[in-house]
Design a protein around this ligand. Sequence first.
Ligand code: 8YV
Length: 327
Amino acid sequence: ETHRPKTIVTRKLPAAVEARMAELFDLELNASDVPMTEAQLKEAVARCEVFVPTVSDDITADVLSAAGSQLKLIANFGVGVDHIDLAAARAKDILVTNTPGVLTEDTADMVMALILAVPRRLAEGEKQVRAGKWRGWAPTGMLGHRVNGKRLGIIGMGRIGRAVAQRARAFGLEIHYHNRHRLPDQVEEELAATHHEDLDDMLADIDILTINCPYTSETRHLIDEQRLALLGSDVYIINAARGEIIDEQALTDALEKGTIAGAGLDVYENEPHIGERLLALENVVLLPHLGSATFEGREAMGDRVIANIRVWADGHRPPDQVLEGWA
Ligand code: 8YV
């Protein structure tokens, strides 16, 4: 008889994922699809062995202080784990796993969609048509900026950054990147990517910037007022990573003043809240955190969560253990 760990899931997941989990685990689902309150999170971690949160659940040290010794594994549904206090989990010997790999291509597709949509004014054009304001083709009608042939700067060359680079190359963009570590020569060659040790140097020399690094204490407001000032007034910024990596107020200021050309955002500092000033701008495309939102991707994420729980329940080290805080 295999161990069926008491597992609590915070959000509604695809039905197939929930059904498979119910077969394998002693499962408790959240019947409503609103995020749990802090009190509910505490109540849950106090009685489950395995906890399955998502990006919308803040698993702070305070929440984890309510966890009893029965809580052994936080199997996050998602790749980013910035909403989980890893040090607090480590201190309580709670393992944390995530779902890498399975949402790489979908997220890179969305980044590419924004890279094309913002300079080419796709959303603006669509809104014009729907509003009945289109008066027919004109030689100077709603011109945007050419994307092919431009220089793309990628911050974070992990799985997602590299998948963006592959796509962007096919669209004729020149690839530049800044990363914690330089990529092996062979990978750099395959992606025709130019490494920039110094982020500021890269920012001064690109046409489009995309953020694809994790959000950590080191990347909080990595793009701040000073760095925004390094970008030219014809530069576009894309962010489908985490809102906190950019100082959103400073970004809004730069967009309002026109010191940068536009932005494509899938993530925000205080989701789902988006500032009025940002909402009022024309030169931005604003998406509701859709990076990995495909049917296929969500099922694959569920499969990874299940795999991690099963391997752990069998007494082994789960394949996607997040090792930050364990060094
Ligand atoms: C998910 C994401 O929608 O995986 C991530 O880090 O940001 C998104 O792809 C969300 O995190 C699920 O928890």
